[in-house]
Design a protein around this ligand. Sequence first.
Ligand code: SF4
Length: 871
Amino acid sequence: MTRRLTTCPYCGVGCGVEAEVEGDRLIAVMGDGRHPANAGRLCVKGTALAETLGHEGRLLHPRLQGRRVSWDGALDTLSERLRVTRERYGPQSVAFYLSGQLLTEDYYVANKLMKGFLGSANVDTNSRLCMSSAVAAHKRAFGEDVVPCSYEDLETCDLLVLVGSNAAWTHPVIYQRIQAARAHRGGPRLVVIDPRRTATCEDADLHLQLRPGTDAFLFGGLLRYLAAEGLTDEGFVRECTGGLDASLAAVAELDPCTVQEATGLAAADLQRFYHWFGDTPRAVTLFSQGINQSVSGTDKGNAIINCHLATGRIGQPGVGPFSITGQPNAMGGREVGGLANQLAAHMDFNPADMDRVQRFWRAADLAAGPGLKAVDMFRAAEAGEIRFLWIMATNPAVSLPDSAAVRRALERCDFVVVSDCSGDTDTARMADLLLPAAAWGEKDGTVTNSERVISRQRQLVPAPGEARPDWWIVTEVARRLGLGAAFDYRSPADIFREHAALSGFENDGDRAFDIGALAQLDDAGYETLAPVRWPLEDTLPAPFTDRRFFTPDGRARFVPVRATPPAADGKLLVNSGRLRDQWHTMTRTGRVPRLARHRDFFAIEVNPATARAHGLRAGDLARLGNERGAVHGLVLPDEGLPPGQAFLPIHWSDQFAAQAAACALFPAITDPVSGQPQLKLAGAELSALPVGAWGLLFSRRAVSLPDLAYWSQIAVDGGSLTLLGHGADPAATRQWLEPLLVPEDGDLLSFEDDARGDYRLVWRDGDSVARALFLGPGRDALPGLEWMAGLAGNRTGAGDLLAGIDLQREDPGTLICSCWEVGERQVSAAIEQGAGSVEDLGTRLRCGTGCGSCVPELKQLLALRRRDCAA
Ligand code: SF4
């Protein structure tokens, strides 16, 4: 057995992972105790990494129009279509859509090919949806996209303000570090600003539950307050910044009453926050998608940065505005120029940078200016202007707003290439050419996390079938286009050296992103590269510690921000976000049974009073829709949402549910500066969907389902479970479904009770169950999930199903602790029996004693019990 160090491929925390490999198999993973991001911790997604490397669902061979082809055939076709399209319709007719899941080396070659040699900057990335507003805010304020903080600042500050971030779920290891710091030295004080009361709020000293989209009022009011109370750092403002007066003029109207009215916050809460911020020199404001995913996300980012500049709280330990990224390598993408409005290595489309990059690359056809950003790129495809589109490692049919328009764009585009590890994503299903890409653990490269630490991802096992790394695929295409000399890479190490050299090329301290010294690494040095933060020690000081910014005069810029209320159309306000145990469109995490049980079937979260007002109870089927699209989901009441608001998780696609792509509801409107779409606010209407029959289906093999009002599927050991709902009664539903569900092999045995509308069908394959369906008029009568999942491997007997006996079995409920598989009902029962703390629950049930991701929810359940007792 060998041990190898690598990096988690999920969120922007970028945790180090130690992997145990035996032969060609990954046996286990654990946190890397030496990695600066996590010091040995992993969240529940990270701990399940070894369970995601199965070959099921993998794309193993290139496929052209659905037929298997050789790599040579696939690459020849791709190159020819790219060449012909570009020649016939011009450079702007071709585009690449990349991903924050790519490694830096993959990103680098794709960006270089398009911007340096195809004469177009139509390269954008799904990171546009995640943090491009923060990038734009950094550039406006600092002159360069530089995150001025590290994770240590979150521990050493005295006040931590989390804005638009459910860190307990989305960046769990960061949250655990914060909690540990609070437990050990009594600080930092924690303020959470979020329209939802999330798990992150449970331990907060103050939760500001402001109206959606009103953050600029809050921070504009804070800037005004700081100036009015004489709390600004006059020396820093005078010597190191410019533009404060104009920014103060823009917030002159934002007195506390106005802010209160706009945000809906109580006067006392607002005052407390302003006092705490004003009185605490060591303050960090950590912001995430809740700020960025807005039509005014850049302004909101600058409203936050303005407050830090006004108080001089930047460039010192324990202070700063800290934008945290969602994706594992969003930062690496920013470094190579993966966004359409960047060039490369933090250089832009200005004459000096263009000349420098052109000379360095010996670029035959450098793009003349910025390309199309994500939303505009797909609009251009729908309009027939982009005719060749290559999508790598992402699923825009699910993740971009106005999904219906994106699907139209994919249909309209002449030639769509998708490189991915899965051949069955919603986007892959619409591709002309599918290329099997190597996945995490199967390829080598680097990633950069939210605190600018570059880490190696290492190959642990061979890639299955004919899967290849993305850098290799792009390089092979470049060679076929006659660009072999510029793409003469033998390995990711070659690419990394060139990327590092470009960052240092004619730099002279003008650009903070300078890893030029790493261009000297030989192959062995690259192989053993330990995590390293930029700017590299010995080359440049840590960002802004020298009070110098990357603007022409070296001063930071205040940006005047005029707060505007979000448009309200009287409908339900829909928010969207991530769940604790899932990642992106679940192509990896969706395969792990224990990760599916924290939130099993697709649900629409809504305030209980709002549900009641619409005649809906928990578990009913509802439609949430508007003029763009709709989702069908189970009603999940959530007291943490204010009345009139709903929340949709972003993970479900056509692979896992009937109609559950949250982005279908969001308009394709974007921030005018960053181009980032608004994915946190849309209007929609909620209504009940009548269900005549509910069903629970177990299937050992993949099953394709017909057009039902609702179905949602989870992985279980040995197969899948699907909850389904249909308008017709159980008898009619059975008659319709039965012929559609017959497995390849299997003898049908059935139990029928027409009077009760109780139908149970079991297809046996020898001694085991190939498929089983339970149908009834209500969800309450369906078997428990544990019992039904036990049909795999005959852990539970199909005989009970067929004997017609009552199958209500004790179900642990929503899985709170995924490490020890402890459900909500078990936790609640233990609390009923006297468990009064997280430690106590851990002793009784082991929950919370594994990765720790569930601790905030355990605290929530304990707090709920305390509130109930007090009432
Ligand atoms: Fe991976 Fe979790 Fe660490 Fe994020 S916090 S990098 S998902 S282990």
